[in-house]
Ligand binder design. Structure first.
Ligand code: FDA
Length: 307
């Protein structure tokens, strides 16, 4: 337990290291990251998406990148998002898109991020592609939800994420109910203090179940973003008991994780969506995955030597 906590903190600390981030870009994903990252460009991810679709899995692609510091960079990210949407449509991929608001200028100004998001959403609406706003660390949660609400008034094709480790997550789900939200419900992946988030894993798990139940019973589309059998089994039992249709929810998992469980769920007739990240900025994402699960470290190290 103690070792697990040290390793988690260590990798979460590394995930914010800008020097290592720059070094990682030079070496590329071949150091084990390619097991969980779809490539450094969207073209590299296309064959993977086609294969996943062929296997009955739906996808949400995420162009990796966060903490953009200049307006020009945020506009570049926005343009890349628009091009990704066009490529999804052009290649007839069964894929949605996920993105982080810091990549579109959240830390610069609300006007900028709104303008960039409007562009992405207008393009996505042309092809009926849903866009989900990932949730970042707790300091960005409320600004993200404010933007989600403002955009959702105009754009039906928009989802976001709520993290069950936050004490306020129940309130957030309540506040969003008026917006007919498409919510991806997850446990949460950032390093948070006990002032804002549950420290005890059992409380995080119990709270995720409460959020899933609330959003589903209120009739809103729910994506259960978890690799945990306990969450998957809970959802299956809940929908069975309440006669909730398979059209009202889906399971989502990260690319490269629990592949067998993904295909079993597909065989059982559930919608399963794979979150497939790609892009040069894979470093922070990769480190957060290593922090989550010691087994992922062994997995990545094996990947380094298999080349
Ligand atoms: P958790 O890590 O709690 O593990 C519980 C149990 O599940 C383990 O003991 C094991 O039995 C099983 N398990 C977990 N991973 C496994 C694996 N790879 N192989 C085998 N068994 C495994 N976070 C965030 O803060 N903002 C966001 O926007 C998102 N977005 C997002 C999208 C999607 C599609 C997913 C799946 C997750 C996210 N997350 C996220 C990450 C999320 O918050 C969380 O950190 C991870 O999903 C890990 O939590 P789990 O519920 O998967 O299992």
């Amino acid at each position: 337990m103690i070792l697990e906590a040290i390793s988690k903190n260590f990798f979460l600390y590394l995930s914010n290291n800008k020097l290592l981030d720059r070094l990682a870009k030079r070496f590329g994903t071949s150091f084990g990251a390619d097991k969980i990252v779809g490539g450094e460009t969207f073209s590299q991810a296309i064959p993977l998406i086609k294969q996943l679709n062929h296997d009955g899995l739906q996808v949400t692609v995420d162009h990796l990148g966060e903490f953009v510091e200049s307006e020009a960079e945020s506009r570049k990210r926005c343009q890349e998002g628009v091009e990704t949407i066009q490529a999804i449509a052009h290649h007839q991929l069964d894929s949605e898109m996920s993105l982080k608001l810091t990549s579109l200028g959240l830390d610069i100004s609300k006007e900028l991020v709104m303008e960039n998001m409007e562009r992405v959403l207008e393009e996505a609406a042309k092809y009926d592609i849903t866009v989900t706003i990932d949730m970042e660390d707790s300091s960005r949660c409320e600004p993200t939800l404010e933007i989600y609400k403002a955009l959702k008034e105009k754009h039906a094709n928009l989802g976001t994420v709520i993290q069950s480790y936050l004490y306020r997550s129940n309130d957030y789900v309540d506040e969003l109910q008026a917006y007919d939200p498409y919510l991806r419900l997850v446990k949460g992946a950032y390093k948070e203090s006990g002032k804002v988030a549950f420290v005890d894993k059992q409380e995080v798990d119990a709270n995720l179940k409460r959020l899933i139940e609330k959003n589903l019973l209120n009739g809103h589309y729910t994506a259960v973003g978890s690799h945990d059998d306990a969450m998957i089994d809970f959802t299956k039992k809940l929908v069975r008991e309440h006669g909730i249709s398979k059209d009202q929810f889906e399971f989502q998992m990260l690319y490269g994780m629990r592949n067998q469980t993904q295909s079993e769920l597909v065989k059982e007739g559930y919608t399963v969506r794979v979150y497939l990240p790609y892009g040069e900025d894979w470093y922070g994402y990769f480190m957060r995955r290593l922090a989550e699960r010691p087994a992922n470290i062994a997995f990545a190290v094996k990947g380094m030597f298999k080349k």
